[in-house]
Design a protein around this ligand. Structure first.
Ligand code: 9MR
Ligand code: ZN
Length: 562
């Protein structure tokens, strides 16, 4: 706001012309090569879903400008005028960026941002419930991943549906020798229809963490997803669809099959038409540990609503944990029969997470002892970003928020410190990046999911120290994903301004309704900030996946009205 002088000091007449030339040049030359210029839609880039009245509100403008106005969509009147700050050079997108700050505005309604000499933004709302409908849509996105059942949902006049699919899951042995074992149900993984326990791990873990952190808001939100029962809240019912499947992935001895998958990725077709045989892959220590952790956490979260289910989850978790105690080494699955995604990981952090969850759900000190013995020796107990490959952060969140007495106070202190250090690194990344992206300038396969998931770390830090910077940075993650990014577009299908229309998703492509299944976060740009296109073929940037969506759901849950 201070920087009108700065901006006008930067030769205000020359700069807009230079930017127009750059933008026009991009349109002509399609530069950079991976990213058609058409993907960059508006130089005024902001969260196109909305803002909460009490929290910061900023837009990024990628063209020279000096001032801006907040305009009521209802009647075109100007509610607020301000001067921009900047320009600041943003290295990852190679742009000069200006910032418009309208944090002081508290009025609810629909607005646009008008920037003289540049144009007008996409419309957005300011409202205490700004994220409620996006949250509902993201949960619908989870529902549409259900396997083994018919699904149907109508959204803005279009019905997204498929018949019961993969009802023969799955063969025990790809040579056909050992027959079948029931593993129907669960969520499809992504744009493919296979089902991988390792990716279920971080997905369910983040969803149950959201439940524990924000159940006040989540409990009362009706989702109208089948089967409707009054006993279990809608949110937990959706997660139970996956948990019921995980229980089937456990063998009698407690080991857990690594995945159920076709031998190779099938063509784009409806899930019910995908009739290629699917098989279990051999058990792995990662799948077994992650399942023990998920089911242990579920045991305490479902107990108030369905005690019988909670008992089943706990028994199964303990069985897998006991199996792992007998098999202390790393056991990868045999990937030889499969060329699909495999989520083969090296980390044994699932064991640590299982110990933490079993401790929290039972209070038995043997689990605490197991956890603390390993945790004490970790060089980095908390990582600034986490995903399916290493879930130690989930273990630490549970350990730090434990309700039981008996933890080692020295370890609690050092893990708290590590968590705050990691969160401070995330805050610093966001501060240094022009769009306030909490992952800073790192771009990789699925990075949009990581950006969303970082909100869980930031919230854990906020629980330890009430510093508002953690919440502001978490909100920055949502802002980025919903339009405050280089493309000026929402990365969530069916939501916000110019969302992806062509995600790498077999169901959406086969339904061919003109718009894809809604409520799905796409993987995002990589290897550079500008390298993304809304292209169906581009599975490294424009696929959808359960671990990215559940992270988005966590981020949205944090900002729902209580
Ligand atoms: O998200 C996964 C990414 O981290 C890996 O680099 C990539 C290659 O192994 O696989 C991604 O996961 C895909 C999985 O293997 C199969 N289903 C689709 C997933 C998202 O692209
Ligand atoms: Zn299916």
């Amino acid at each position: 706001m201070m920087a009108t002088q700065q901006a006008s000091g930067m030769k205000p007449i020359v700069r807009p012309i230079r930017w127009l030339i750059v933008l026009a040049g991009m349109a002509v030359l399609s530069w950079p090569a991976q990213t058609p210029a058409a993907e960059v839609i508006n130089p005024i880039r902001l969260n196109t879903v909305g803002f909460l009245p009490e929290l910061p509100k900023q837009a990024t403008i990628a063209m020279a400008c000096t001032n801006f106005q907040l305009v009521r969509s209802r009647n075109g009147t100007v509610l607020f005028s301000g001067t921009v700050s900047g320009p600041n050079w943003n290295s990852d997108t190679a742009e000069n960026l200006f910032t418009a700050d309208f944090s002081s505005v508290r009025e609810s309604g629909e607005f646009t941002l008008r920037v003289p000499g540049v144009g007008e933004s996409a419309p957005f709302t300011i409202h205490p419930g700004a994220f409620t409908s996006t949250y509902r849509t993201a949960m619908l996105g989870m529902y549409l991943w259900r396997c083994g059942t018919a699904v149907s949902a109508t959204c803005e006049g279009r019905t997204f549906a498929h018949d019961a699919c993969h009802t023969n899951d799955a063969g025990l042995d790809f040579t056909g020798g050992k027959g079948f074992h029931d593993a129907t149900g669960g969520w499809h993984d992504a744009g493919d229809f296979n089902k991988y326990v390792v990716n279920a791990g971080v997905s369910v873990g983040v969803m149950l963490r959201a439940w524990e952190d924000f159940s006040g808001a989540l409990k009362s939100l009706k989702l109208q997803l089948p089967p409707e029962t009054n006993a279990v809240p809608d949110y937990l019912r959706e997660v139970k669809w996956e948990l019921d499947w995980l229980l089937k992935m456990q063998a009698a001895d407690g080991s857990v099959y690594h995945m159920v998958s076709a031998r190779k990725f099938d063509r784009f077709e409806m899930p019910e038409d995908e009739v290629e045989p699917r098989y279990f892959s051999s058990w792995s220590s990662a799948a077994t540990a992650l399942t023990a952790a998920m089911l242990a956490q579920a045991a305490r979260d479902y107990r108030p609503f369905d005690a019988a289910f909670a008992d089943r989850c706990l028994q199964a978790a303990q069985l897998s944990y006991a199996f792992l105690a007998q098999h202390p080494g790393r056991q990868p699955t045999d990937r030889q029969p499969f060329s699909t995604g495999i989520y083969q990981i090296r980390s044994e952090s699932g064991r640590l997470w299982a110990a933490a969850e079993l401790w929290e759900s039972t209070g038995h000190t043997n689990y605490l002892h197991d956890f603390e013995t390993v945790a004490q020796n970790l060089d980095q107990p908390v990582a600034p970003e986490f995903d399916y490959g290493d879930v130690r952060d989930l273990a630490m969140f549970t350990y730090l928020s434990s309700h039981h007495p008996g933890r080692d106070p020295g370890l609690v202190r050092s893990v708290s410190q590590a968590l705050q250090d990691a969160a401070d690194e995330v805050v610093a990344n966001a501060t240094a990046e022009g769009y306030a992206r909490p992952l800073g300038t790192k771009y990789f396969w699925g990075c949009n999911g990581t950006v969303a998931r970082q909100t869980a770390l930031l919230h854990a830090a906020e629980k330890i120290s009430a510093n508002p910077k953690y919440r502001t940075t978490a909100l920055g993650a949502l802002n980025y994903l919903l339009g405050r990014n280089y493309f000026g577009r929402s990365f969530v299908t069916g939501v916000g301004f110019e969302p992806p229309l062509h995600p790498h998703d077999r169901l959406s492509a086969s339904l061919d309704l003109g718009v894809p299944c809604p409520g799905r976060l796409v993987g995002g740009p990589q290897p550079g900030a500008r390298d993304w296109a809304d292209s169906q073929a581009d599975f490294t940037r424009n696929e959808i996946a359960i671990n990215w969506n559940t992270a988005l759901i966590y981020a949205l849950a944090e900002f729902l009205p209580e």
